[in-house]
Design a protein around this ligand. Structure first.
Ligand SMILES: Cc1cc2nc3c(=O)[nH]c(=O)nc-3n(C[C@H](O)[C@H](O)[C@H](O)COP(=O)(O)OP(=O)(O)OC[C@H]3O[C@@H](n4cnc5c(N)ncnc54)[C@H](O)[C@@H]3O)c2cc1C
Length: 458
């Protein structure tokens, strides 16, 4: 392994973004991906940047933290954001993609870079030189062990669940109706299964009594709060789902002209509109029970399943203990951890860490010190959150304004204006930071985003 070649382990969202950021700067990269020879429990293809569950990159609103992080990344020419925009499909205020087209864009962009070589091989140890470990929540056992050895502890994990996907032409469209909540986006972005009170109560009973898949756990099950299986939410109370993912607000059943008692939404999962996933309906129930319970629902009697929900282990390190805010390992600073394994959660968050690692690795190779992104920005807030030492118990985090440096005290800002205030400050600080650190940033793009938020903020 030559010193100037960066080894990136894992061709997922973080690894591909990091490879692109380095490759486009002419820095040699070896990108290792173990599929197809070695599979994970959830990946289904041999493609790079495969989206393992939902096809959504969540909100695309400019002042939403998830919309904001996409704009911050786009300002650094993020491959993942470009590919998502190029393969987007209608999804109301969210950015959802055709998953095949999305990974096709990513693969094409990397193939076009001479500096990037793709090697289909499992890596079982942390490389000795410059490297980025982006092996994801399903990092292979051998590599996970090598990471834990390097860190001198057993690492952390929690359990995650994914939602079933249904074939469109197996739904009864006399009953299941197309509509977006509050009429956002196109009316046909979402399909809705309307439930009466009796149907909802029966579903609740079914969820709490159905058989759950056993997992090989030595320890008690720990779930990520942001992605609880429906049956775990159902255990918490009869109304938990009705006020959570099955909330009916903003939806009217055209057959009755009334808001249903509860609604299960389906979101388009591919360009062809032939696959639809059940939104927020991630589950660990046994497959037979999933079929039995879901086929009882209105319009679902003949539902065919493209994929059932399932549960999997999710590996991440205790980043507060082991990582610098540049994602370098404290005891091996030539190695960075990127993506979910670094303690963030979500496609876009994982890619954003890949982007920060790529930019900083490029700096290090060229003899500059790596830089820490400001904690007033979406990307920087993730870096600070996962490496902040004061957590009672670290849980992988999505980006949200709760992890940003708070707005300065004094000036009273109306609740409804707070999101915008956070977003404006983030983009202004990102621009200042990038210019001061001599990072390539698309200044005109950032200024346009700022002007859209607040014409006087530019
Ligand atoms: C089942 C599941 C469902 C999820 N659902 C969502 C969701 O709906 N929305 C969302 O925003 N986030 C979701 N996540 C969370 C997470 O953000 C994604 O997993 C995201 O893909 C993480 O990006 P990553 O780059 O860190 O890892 P990945 O995208 O998983 O990429 C890691 C890659 O490394 C490869 N690899 C692993 N070990 C080795 C090795 N030793 N050598 C070589 N290659 C290796 C893997 O094959 C994989 O391709 C989900 C996670 C899981 C596991």
């Amino acid at each position: 392994m030559s010193e100037s070649c960066i080894e990136i382990i894992g061709g997922g969202l973080a690894g591909c973004e990091a490879a692109y950021q380095l490759g486009k700067r002419g820095i040699a990269v070896r990108l290792y991906e173990m599929r197809p020879d070695r599979k994970t429990a959830v990946h289904q293809t041999d493609r790079l940047a495969e989206l393992v569950c939902s096809n959504s990159f969540r909100s695309d609103e400019r002042d939403h933290p998830v919309g904001l992080i996409k704009r911050e990344m786009a300002a650094f020419d993020s491959l993942i954001v470009k590919a998502a925009r190029a393969s987007s499909i209608p999804a109301g205020g969210a950015l959802a993609v055709d998953r095949e087209a999305f990974s096709g864009h990513v693969m094409q962009a990397l193939e076009s870079l001479n500096a990037v070589s793709l090697i289909r091989q499992e890596v079982t140890e942390i490389p000795p030189g410059f490297s980025i470990i982006a092996a994801g929540p399903l990092c292979s056992d051998a590599l996970a062990q090598s990471v834990h050895q390097q860190l001198g502890d057993t690492g952390l994990y929690f359990y995650d669940a994914i939602a079933p996907v249904i074939e469109y032409d197996s739904l009864d469209l006399e009953v299941v109706f197309a509509q977006s909540r509050y009429g956002k986006g196109e009316g046909s972005d979402y399909l809705n299964i309307p439930l009466s009170k009796a149907q909802y109560l029966e579903l609740h009973r079914d969820l709490v009594t159905a058989e759950r898949a056993e997992i090989k756990a030595h320890d008690s099950l720990k779930f990520f709060e942001g992605c609880l299986p429906v049956e775990v939410m159902a255990d918490r109370g009869v109304d938990t789902l009705r006020f959570g993912p099955l909330k009916p607000v903003g939806l009217t059943d055209p057959r009755t002209d009334q808001q249903p008692y509860a609604v299960i939404q389906l979101r388009q999962d591919n360009y062809a509109r032939s696959h639809w996933n059940l939104v927020g309906f991630q589950t660990q129930l046994k497959w037979g029970d999933q079929r039995r319970i879901l086929q009882k629902l209105p319009g679902m009697a003949n539902a065919r399943f493209v994929r059932f929900g399932m549960i999997h282990r999710n590996t991440f390190v205790d980043s507060t203990k082991h990582l610098l805010p540049t994602f370098q390992l404290k005891n091996h600073p030539q190695c960075m951890l990127a993506g979910q394994i670094s303690g963030v959660e979500g496609y876009i968050e994982s890619a954003s860490v890949g982007l920060m690692c790529g930019l900083n690795m490029a700096r290090m190779i060229r003899g500059h010190a790596p830089v820490v992104f400001p904690s007033t920005t979406a990307m920087g807030s993730l870096a600070h959150y996962v490496t902040f030492q004061g957590h009672r118990e670290l849980q992988p985090t999505n980006v949200n304004y709760g992890i940003f440096e708070p707005l300065p005290p004094g000036k009273k800002i109306k609740r409804s204006d707070r999101r915008r205030a956070y977003a404006i400050r983030a983009l202004q600080d990102l621009l200042r930071f990038a210019l001061a650190s001599e990072l390539d940033i698309d200044e005109p793009f950032l200024r346009t985003q700022l002007a859209e938020l607040e014409p006087t903020a530019v």
